[in-house]
Design a protein around this ligand. Structure first.
Ligand SMILES: Cc1ncc(COP(=O)(O)O)c(C=O)c1O
Ligand SMILES: [Zn+2]
Length: 421
C-alpha cells in the first residue's frame, strides 16, 4: 500500500479530563489511573502563532478549513466534503416565536444527511493513521450511515451495531454502503455495552469507543463554523439536541478555543440542552440541581437521541452550568409539532432531533431564557427523510380522477383568471 504522508499536527497529547495525566496520541479513550475519559489537547501557543481568520478562509469550503484545530497528522483525510453547511436567518420562524435574531444551522445537508459526517471524517482518518482495517460503531442511526459511507470511501470494512427497532430509513441509509449491519435486540445503551465487549476482542476502530477522543473533536467544527458565519463572533444562545452530550460539549469547546486564539472576542454564549422527555437524563439532572446523571430507560420517537446513560452527561452538565444555559425536555407530540413548524416556516425537513430542537427552543423562549433581540442559533442536526414514520400523518393528498372539474371540486372553488407567464 502507498505510504501516507504525515504532516504537522498541533495535537499534543491525550489528557484525562479528571486527573489531567497525559497520554500519547494512541487509540485509547480512558485514563488507566482514574478511568476518566481522555480528550485531545493541542499546542495552543504554536497554534496562536500560525492560525488566523485569513488562513482559515483560504481553506476548503468544508470542515477541513479548520484542519489545524483537528487531531489529524495524515495529509490525505477521509473527506466527503462534510461541513460548511448553511447558517440561515429564520425570518418566518423567528417572527412566530418572537425572535428577531434567530439563525438555523442546517446540518441536514451533509453527505449522509446529519452532523455525524463531521465526527466520522476525523475518526476514519485516524483509523487509517493507526493502521486499522475496520471501522465500527454503536449507533442510534445517524452514526451508522456516516460510518458506513466514510468506510466505503476509505476502503475500510464497516460493522455497525444498532438497536433492532431503528427507523427503516436509517437502516437502508447504512446498509446501502455495504456495511455489515448488526441489529441488536435491545436499547442503544445495551448496544453500546455490547460494543465495549466486542471492542476488547476485535482489533477494530470503534469510532465512539477507542477512537472517541478524536471522533468527538469533529463536532467542534459546528462551533467554529457558526462563529465564522456570524462574522467571527459567538452567538448569545446555542440550542442543541443532546443524546450522549458530546456534540453539546464540543460546540462549547470550539467556541472557547476560537476565543482563546484571539479569532473571536470573549464567549458569553448560553448553551441550552434540548432532549426528548422520554430520554432526558441530562435535562432532569439539571432540573433537580444535581451533577449526577441518573440513567433512564429511553423511550421516544426521537430515536437518534434515545441514550439513557449518556457518556458525556456529567460534562454536558458542567457546560450548562459554566455557560449559564437552560434545559428543556419535550414530549413526542411536541417533537412532531416542531418538525412541522420548521418545515412549514423555513422549508427545512429535519428529523425528530430537529423537532426536539425547535420544540425546545419554543419552550426556552416561553420560559424567558431567550429574549427577542438576542442572537440565537438552533442546531438542526439531521434530515427528516430518515425518520418519515414520525410525520406520516401529514400525507393526506387530494385524490382525484384526471379531470379539471374534479380538481376544482376537490379544492372547493373555481379557478380565477389565468396568470400571465
Ligand atoms: C441528529 C442527531 N442530533 C444530535 C445527536 C446528539 O449527539 P450527541 O450524542 O453527541 O449528544 C445525535 C446523536 O446521535 C443525532 O443523531
Ligand atoms: Zn485520570
Amino acid at each position: 500500500m502507498e505510504k501516507a504522508t504525515a504532516i504537522m499536527s498541533y495535537a499534543k497529547a491525550l489528557q484525562c479530563r479528571e486527573c489531567h495525566r497525559e497520554y500519547p496520541l494512541n487509540p485509547i479513550h480512558f485514563c488507566e489511573f482514574c478511568f476518566g475519559p481522555l480528550e485531545v489537547v493541542y499546542d495552543y501557543a504554536a497554534l496562536a502563532q500560525s492560525i488566523s481568520r485569513q488562513s482559515i478562509q483560504r481553506g476548503p469550503l468544508s470542515m477541513w478549513r479548520y484542519r489545524d484545530l483537528l487531531p489529524v497528522s495524515r495529509e490525505e483525510v477521509v473527506d466527503m466534503n462534510a461541513g460548511f453547511t448553511p447558517l440561515i436567518k429564520a425570518h418566518n420562524l423567528g417572527k412566530l416565536l418572537g425572535l428577531e435574531n434567530l439563525y438555523l444551522k442546517n446540518d441536514c445537508v451533509n453527505p449522509t444527511y446529519s452532523f455525524k459526517d463531521r465526527v466520522v471524517s476525523v475518526a476514519a482518518t485516524k483509523a487509517l493513521e493507526f493502521g486499522f482495517d475496520t471501522l465500527a460503531c454503536a449507533s442510534t442511526g445517524n452514526l451508522a450511515g456516516a460510518v458506513s459511507a466514510h468506510a466505503a470511501r476509505a476502503g475500510l470494512r464497516a460493522y455497525v451495531f444498532i438497536p433492532a427497532d431503528l427507523e427503516r430509513g436509517k437502516m437502508v441509509g447504512s446498509a446501502i454502503y455495504g456495511a455489515t449491519l448488526v441489529a441488536v435486540k435491545g436499547t442503544y445503551d445495551e448496544v453500546n455495552r455490547l460494543c465495549a465487549e466486542i471492542g476488547d476482542k476485535y482489533p477494530w476502530a470503534f469510532v465512539n469507543i477507542n477512537v472517541r477522543p478524536y471522533y468527538a473533536e469533529g463536532s467542534k467544527t459546528l462551533g467554529y463554523e457558526v462563529a465564522e458565519q456570524l462574522g467571527w463572533r459567538a452567538p448569545d444562545h446555542a440550542v442543541v439536541p443532546v443524546a450522549s452530550g458530546s456534540l453539546f460539549t464540543k460546540i462549547w469547546k470550539g467556541l472557547k478555543e476560537l476565543s482563546s486564539l484571539g479569532l473571536i472576542g470573549p464567549v458569553s454564549t448560553h448553551m441550552h440542552v434540548t432532549q426528548a422527555a422520554g430520554s432526558a437524563p441530562i435535562a432532569t439532572a439539571h432540573a433537580e440541581g444535581t451533577m449526577m446523571v441518573k440513567p433512564v430507560r429511553a423511550q421516544t420517537i426521537a430515536k437518534s437521541l434515545a441514550i439513557g446513560n449518556p457518556a458525556d452527561g456529567y460534562y454536558a452538565l458542567k457546560t450548562l452550568k459554566e455557560s449559564r444555559g437552560a434545559a428543556a425536555a419535550v414530549s413526542d407530540d411536541e417533537v412532531v409539532a416542531g418538525m412541522k413548524l420548521l418545515a412549514e416556516t423555513e422549508g427545512i425537513f429535519a428529523e425528530t432531533a430537529g423537532g426536539v430542537t425547535i420544540a425546545g427552543l419554543k419552550r426556552l423562549v416561553a420560559a424567558g431564557a431567550i429574549k427577542s433581540g438576542e442572537l440565537t442559533v438552533a442546531f438542526i442536526t439531521g434530515s427528516g427523510l430518515k425518520t418519515q414514520e414520525a410525520v406520516e400523518s401529514v400525507v393526506n393528498p387530494l385524490v382525484i380522477p384526471p379531470t379539471l372539474a374534479a380538481f376544482q371540486e376537490a379544492i372547493g372553488k373555481p379557478a380565477g383568471p389565468a396568470r400571465a407567464r
